[in-house]
Design a binder for this molecule. Sequence first.
Ligand code: Z5A
Length: 210
Amino acid sequence: MKGVFITIEGVEGCGKTTQLRHLSRHLAERGHPVETTREPGGTPIAEAVRVLLLDPAHTAMTPTTELLLYEAARAQHVSERIRPALEGGRVVLCDRFVDSTTAYQGGGRGMAWETLNELHAIATQGLWPHLTILLDVSVEEGLQRVQGGRPRDRIEEESLAFHERVRQAFLRIASQEPERVRVVEGHLPVESVRERVTTLVEEFLRSHEF
Ligand code: Z5A
């Protein structure tokens, strides 16, 4: 595979989307072929699944249905968009990926991590991010940032305790895979976060001679 796959993760309101936008522009200005995408979503089928998943009216959705829909959207996204972009030598920047499932469905909903890992392997056909940036902010700060801006989705409606379990699960993933998952303090001002993210990504690309 010729390209580089970078994901960005964290609790809601951690600043992923803001940083992904900056990073994409920065890398493109330096001549890297960049492709930006997100999960759930990134292709027409996966975006349709996203609507199902986030609709606040779908209160009857079971945890297993939710999990399989996230993985179904991912299977489509990987084979239709991410893998071809990587094979074409692009830097793929993805807003959330498998770690979000481990954190939300594993940490938040309490589903077994071994089961999740087996499903990740099926959905991604073994494709794993080369680098993951985890923007760590407190749940209170993250939720405060997104409140008021737009209507809350089905997952945002969950309790503070749910979101705290999600944050702790992200930190656990980072401690298990410190080489791949790099933690950046997301509570800092946007510019400071941006500098740290850019430095980490540039170092990574240089060390991989990209
Ligand atoms: N989900 C799941 O359960 N399982 C899975 O497998 C996957 C996802 C893939 C959709 O995600 C939901 O799906 C999500 C997890 C679940 N649950 N929720 N809720 P999403 O990524 O589409 O939605 P989100 O997590 O809610 O992201 P978001 O609202 O787009 O937030 P963000 O991308 O982290 O932040 P942002 O848009 O860049 O910034 C939010 C606000 O904060 C905005 O006003 C910024 O200007 C401000 N901001 C950003 N950075 C800063 C700093 N540093 N300081 C101050 N203010 C800042």
